[in-house]
Design a protein around this ligand. Sequence first.
Ligand code: 1HN
Length: 357
Amino acid sequence: MEMKSGEVVRNAQERQDFYGRINPHNLAPLWEVLKGIVPAQPKPEMVPYVWDFDALKKFVLESGGLLTAEEAERRVLVLENPTLRGKSLITDVLYGGWQLIMPGEVAPAHRHSQSALRYVLEGEGAYTAVHGEKTSMKPGDFVITPAWTWHDHGNETDQPMIWLDVLDVSIVAHFRGQFREEWTDKRFPVSRPEGDALTRYGSGLMPIDYKPAADSQLTSPVFNYPYERTREVMYRLSRTGEADPHHGYKLRYVNPVDGGWAMPTIATWMQWLPKGFNTQSWQCTDGLGFVCKEGRGETRVTMPDGSQTVLTWKANDTFVVPGWARHTHHASEETVLFGFSDRSAQEKLGLWREKKH
Ligand code: 1HN
């Protein structure tokens, strides 16, 4: 067929025939999908949602009677975003779940290339051990399991412990970088005293010749950021500083080695909102997750398509806001919100954006 430039075949049937002829050769026309794969602005699949801890805790405790932590390997109820059912995702990018450890139990030692955080909701004194150091956990503590570090959890107290797990499972899966190993024993041997990491790295000081461990170079060597300390800082800040109109009082958890986010793929922060405070509308490209640590309030969300949702939350509720959704928080009481998102990963790839209104 002879064709001059500018002449095109306009017949829809001829185009379909063409697609049919190239299809067996694993070829496809970009022009049919271009606007879908490169949209003008983000199109989150996830929806805004709240998991009510008081209402749902009974199911977490009930799972304790169904199987042991050892049998389950990890006994967790996955918080599945309603539009992402079956994908083990709480936001478009991150995994979230409520994990239960009953008195006397051990969740056996393993390691994986995914990074995990724990945000403690209920119970006091159960521990997680990360690469030879145990840390006993309290509500509000932010605990990190860096990628590829051996870890087991145990509960030597007489009360159940429940925490929120957040992992970068889908990020690692996207790059097909998944690895997992089980340790030969239930527990990985303890080789350092409790509190060692916090002492060495978490007090504005650093060992003079500090070199990050080869396997977890990008993660903070502090692996428990105790709420006791964080709350004290937030409280003082709220009494002395100016609240930011979009954030209230917001501080991010940092890796003391380089001042970056505490974890390479998951950003974490703490936000204090005075009673009655309304944050101004904000958009950011990361899908946001929150745990209300103290207080109560609501979050108004306007999706990129204009639809609106109001999320009402109180202590221990976990809620999520899609990326690029405009949102505002209202605190009906003095409120502390723990936050997490994929911002840490987006920034490393040059993708993160925000818009303040
Ligand atoms: C995992 O290893 C833990 O170590 C928790 O506690 C949740 C979810 C998916 C994959 C691995 C843990 C997890 C997980």
